[in-house]
Design a binder for this molecule. Structure first.
Ligand code: SF4
Length: 436
């Protein structure tokens, strides 16, 4: 049953998972466009004859979402709504053989480093001259900026090295060129991402070279905000703190997943750091960069986590007062080191522990936001929603952190512009204010 005419050379790219996957989809889309394909990202129109799903294979929930999405498009293909269906990304890298057997409706599966083969399958050429060029899927004034691929870390719970391979830094010269191309198309904010941002350069420059990279990117005309995501605590390069302190273009914001608040669990997770060293690093960061917003990510229910361990983490979160925090429930991933441990914390308990931490954090976020009332903050406006212009301060990354809401009735600001906002009211994850 074919209900609508499908456009022969039109591709709908669907992205699941993290910002690094989104980056890869944007690179794929630029290559397709250069090969004269009409390309859309997560199109609602559904008249694309070709669908490419860029999957996530990180943990249970994410894997299930990827499988459900593949099945949905496999059904659409059976109903003649799609001609060709291709799957790429982490889930495909990790489970290709199983997927080929279980969902044969997919025309072909590709790994995370198989863009040239994917393009060849579509009778398209891989255009080397385009390397780094992307079709942005984010609002045109900000972009995720992947500086390296893969990871050399041995974290016990993590399957990412299995799907993304060893750490490979992109040379500074190439990254500066990419940033210039993005700035030329109106990008003002770069979210620097990698599996482990602070490992940057150890492979190609034989030293941690993130600080130099940030300085070079900050010299690119048009780039006004540089935001650091996925820093690793162990071996944290202190020269990055100097750049954050002295370079006005670097947001006073640091995303540093810490995963747990007890030395016992950090050691079982093979994080290469103790709780005491973690606290010392946080204190050093806060002393060096007063007012810095620290975002972190934790795991609840890692094998062997007792009620006492959890309580110790709970108290640590209460004392540490992170500005932004997210938490996952532990997912028992085959072929990771932790898969050899017994997954002894019941799912219900994992969930309860994660919810308790988020409940605690919601209160901390509310209290910290009250301190912003009366302050005037520089805000980058991302969108209009209902009666409000909605933006972010330098302390907030898109989609995961707080937002600033300004009533449309109180004035006008162009999306993609910065404006000064005086904060008049604050909620748990939202600030309200007026343009000044
Ligand atoms: S740093 Fe650890 S958690 Fe992060 S991607 Fe690498 S192995 Fe996984």
């Amino acid at each position: 049953m074919k209900t609508k005419t499908l456009k022969k050379n039109k591709v709908n790219v669907v992205t699941l998972g993290c910002s690094k996957n989104l980056f890869d989809s944007e690179v794929l889309m630029a290559q397709l466009k250069a090969n004269k394909f009409e390309v859309e990202h997560e199109s609602m129109v559904d008249d694309s004859s070709i669908v490419i799903i860029n999957t996530c294979g990180f943990i249970d929930n994410a894997k299930q979402e990827s499988i459900d999405t593949i099945l949905r498009y496999a059904d659409a293909k059976k109903e003649g709504q799609v001609d060709k269906l291709y799957v790429t990304g982490c889930l495909s890298e990790r489970y290709k053989d199983d997927l080929e057997t279980e969902i044969p409706e997919v025309d072909a599966y590709f790994g995370t480093r198989e863009l040239p083969r994917l393009l060849k399958t579509l009778k398209a050429d891989y255009k080397h001259e385009l390397v780094g060029e992307r079709l942005l899927t984010t609002p045109s004034h900000y972009a995720y900026f992947k500086i390296a691929e893969g990871c050399d870390r041995p974290c016990a719970f993590c399957a990412i090295p299995l799907m993304r391979g060893k750490h490979v830094s992109t040379p500074i010269e190439d990254l500066v060129k990419h940033a210039e191309a993005l700035a030329a198309q109106g990008v003002k904010e770069l979210m620097l991402i990698a599996q482990d941002l602070t490992y940057y350069g150890l492979d190609i420059y034989k030293k941690r070279n993130l600080a130099e990279l940030i300085e070079r990117l900050s010299e690119v005309d048009g780039i006004e905000w540089i935001r650091l995501h996925y820093a690793f605590p162990a071996g944290f390069p202190r020269d990055v703190l100097d750049v954050m302190k002295n370079n006005p273009k670097v947001c006073n914001y640091l995303d540093m997943p810490l995963q747990h608040g007890t030395t016992k669990m950090l050691q079982a997770m093979r994080r290469g750091i103790t709780r005491e060293k973690t606290d010392a690093l946080i204190q050093e960061i806060r002393e060096k960069i007063p007012g810095v917003a620290i975002r972190t990510t934790l795991i609840a229910g890692f094998p062997g986590e007792t009620e006492e361990d959890f309580q110790e983490m709970y108290d640590w979160v209460e004392q540490s007062r992170f500005d932004r925090l997210g938490i996952f429930t532990y997912s028992h991933e085959e072929n990771t080191h932790a898969y050899s441990y017994e997954d002894d914390v019941p799912d219900q308990v994992k969930r309860e522990r994660a919810d308790a931490i988020m409940e605690l954090q919601s209160g901390i976020s509310y209290e910290l936001n009250q301190e912003k009332i009366g302050k005037t903050l520089r805000v980058l406006f991302d969108r209009v929603e209902g009666d409000y212009f909605i933006g972010r301060t330098e302390f907030d990354s898109p989609e995961v952190d707080n937002e600033v809401l300004v009533k449309k009735a109180d004035g006008y600001v162009r999306i993609g512009d910065f404006a000064e906002v005086k904060i008049t009211h604050a909620e748990h994850y939202e600030l309200f204010g007026v343009l000044v």
